[in-house]
Design a protein around this ligand. Sequence first.
Ligand SMILES: Cc1cn([C@H]2C[C@H](O)[C@@H](COP(=O)(O)OP(=O)(O)O[C@H]3O[C@H](C)C(=O)[C@H](O)[C@H]3O)O2)c(=O)[nH]c1=O
Length: 180
Amino acid sequence: MNVLLTAIPDVLIVEPKVFTDERGFFYESFNKKVMQAVGIAADFVQDNHSRSVRNVLRGLHYQIRQPQGKLVRAVAGEIFDVAVDLRRRSPTFGKWVSMLLSADNRRMAWIPPGFAHGFLVLSEFAEVLYKTTDYWASPYERTIVWNDRDLAISWPAAGGPQLSVKDKAGVAFREAELFE
Ligand SMILES: Cc1cn([C@H]2C[C@H](O)[C@@H](COP(=O)(O)OP(=O)(O)O[C@H]3O[C@H](C)C(=O)[C@H](O)[C@H]3O)O2)c(=O)[nH]c1=O
């Protein structure tokens, strides 16, 4: 397994070792010992799976209580995955990083608690699987609007993306509840 650093030291890209033969391929998508060895010492309690069509953007989401760390991968298609540092005391507070995750590159994004997460679908459709370090708790869910002017995330979305009602109602970064 290979670990790539990103512009935000706490956000990592994990490249699993893939075994390919005439039948197809195999890789360990999660191994607690191996993840701990590279500094991802989280305990995961939930596994999520979503499918979205091209140009759907889900995010920017986080939980203000029970914040969730996420280990994210695309098992079909390709996504432009984004993590935003919402921790006021962090040297990278207010910074974002993007990662291309796809069924082809099999890359996984490790996004610790304290970050907002979102992704834009670049392919005809994408299926995204991700483990979380705490349970979903809708009363604590918060959304920052995808095209926030202060964050200025360069989403590769030609026109406007397809958003849920909740995501259309996202708040501005400067008004959002953040982490100390
Ligand atoms: C997140 C979640 C949702 N749900 C239910 C609630 C809704 O009835 C339905 C769809 O939820 P939502 O529209 O919030 O799903 P996404 O827009 O994909 O939200 C996720 O998108 C971004 C990218 C994330 O990182 C978060 O994990 C999560 O916020 O699933 C559940 O039952 N359990 C859950 O853990």
